[in-house]
Design a binder for this molecule. Structure first.
Ligand code: NAI
Ligand code: MG
Length: 357
């Protein structure tokens, strides 16, 4: 099978972690006899440096032509002075929209051997943690009207509009219920319906969609309570469905209780099989170029790509099992290490995983 993969390395640690994921995919290719064709394109800060814009037309074109997109992360202090359309992060938002990727799946799974890396007490982890955050990705406040005006209450003001339509909530809710049907059968919809009108619409639409899924338990929760419940008792969650911004924030929180943000992969999906796969973290400029970034979130994102876009279940499993085996042997990057563990760098961790495949 020939598979075309658009690759956006991005900024900061992006190139280091993507190189690792590509090496893992090359091993899978060799072992299983597939053919992966990687097409590297620019987006984010590195694209701004070369072309003057965060998302060149060629990048959009190549991503549309390929079967899937593998992405590192974009952004960094070098481009922080830029605003609006010129920001590196704009590349991601536009690409998600261009490709129609409205559903962002972020599985937060605690590896047995990483219990020591979680900040939570052992008793809270005894049954493991396995949460799937389903974040709406092309709507809400990140895409609403924004602007500035001179007539604020106390000087210049700025605004961002949170807006959701029935269809946008329906389709993301369906994704969440379908996923829950294959898991423990529970959906927690997270909103702020006690304050926000957009959340009240969200809540009523999710309640309606639930009528098509009588076997799934639906619970509604306010986002502030959810932030607390994730720490108090993470095991109560199975599938979380929430808006773009709440999902962004809560999935960082969920990642930490599984050990590190460097562990969490994600898949962004839309109508077709095409998806974009990336770690949930950013470009981590504070550690870039030091060979200390954890490549696992990106390697697991590549596994998600094989599973969701290409139905290569066995290949995806083999990557996940290799990661698990290396962790079980006590190898750790700096973000997940603890006393008695074997500290390794980005390249070494990648090699260990490849050797286990
Ligand atoms: P970040 O996720 O890049 O980093 C947060 C903290 O986690 C840092 O201390 C970093 O060193 C650590 N970290 C992140 N990934 C790690 C890994 N793989 N291994 C070990 N430690 C890791 O978030 P931050 O610092 O808020 O943002 C940095 C830049 O990244 C900003 O320009 C931001 O806009 C951008 N960003 C890009 C995203 C994307 O491309 N999808 C997502 C989030 C942020
Ligand atoms: Mg984020």
């Amino acid at each position: 099978m020939i598979i075309n993969i658009a690759v956006i390395k991005g900024d900061g640690i992006g190139p280091e972690i993507i190189d690792g994921a590509i090496d893992v995919l090359k091993k899978v290719e060799e072992y299983y006899g597939h053919r992966f064709l990687f097409k590297e394109v620019l987006a984010g800060g590195s694209a701004i440096d070369v072309t003057g814009e965060p998302l060149p037309k060629e990048t959009i074109q190549v991503c549309k032509e390929c079967d899937a997109v593998l992405l590192g992360a974009v952004g960094g202090p070098k481009w922080d002075h830029l605003s609006g359309e010129l920001r590196p992060e704009k590349a991601l938002l536009s690409l998600r929209e261009e490709l129609g990727l409205y559903a962002n799946l972020r599985p937060a799974v605690l590896y047995e051997s990483l219990k020591g890396a979680s900040p939570l007490r052992d008793e809270l982890l005894s049954n493991g943690i396995d949460i799937c955050v389903v974040r709406e990705l092309t709507g809400g406040i990140y895409f609403g009207e924004k602007g500035r005006n001179q007539k604020g209450k106390l000087g210049e003001a700025a605004y961002d509009v949170e807006i959701y339509s029935v269809g946008e909530v329906e389709r993301i809710a369906k994704v969440a219920f379908e996923i829950a049907a294959k898991r423990k059968g529970k959906v927690t919809s997270i909103d702020k319906a006690n304050v926000l009108e957009s959340s009240r619409l969200w809540r009523s639409v999710v309640t309606n969609v639930a009528k098509q899924y009588v076997d799934i338990e639906l619970e509604h929760m306010y986002v502030d309570n959810a932030a607390m419940q994730l720490i108090r008792d993470p095991n109560q969650f199975d599938v979380i469905v929430t808006s773009n911004m709440f999902g962004d924030i809560l999935s960082d929180e969920a990642s930490m209780i599984t050990g590190s943000i460097g562990m969490l992969p994600s898949a962004s999906l839309g109508y077709g099989s095409k998806g974009m796969y990336e770690p949930i973290h950013g470009s981590a400029p504070d550690i870039s170029g030091k060979n200390i970034a954890n490549p696992i979130a990106t390697i697991l994102s590549a596994a998600m790509m094989l599973r969701h876009s290409f139905k290569l279940e066995e290949e995806a499993n083999s990557i996940e099992k290799a990661v698990e085996a290396v962790l079980r042997e006590g190898y750790r990057t700096a973000d997940i290490t603890s006393a008695g563990m074997k500290l390794v760098g980005t390249k070494e961790m990648t090699k260990l995983i490849i050797n286990k495949l």
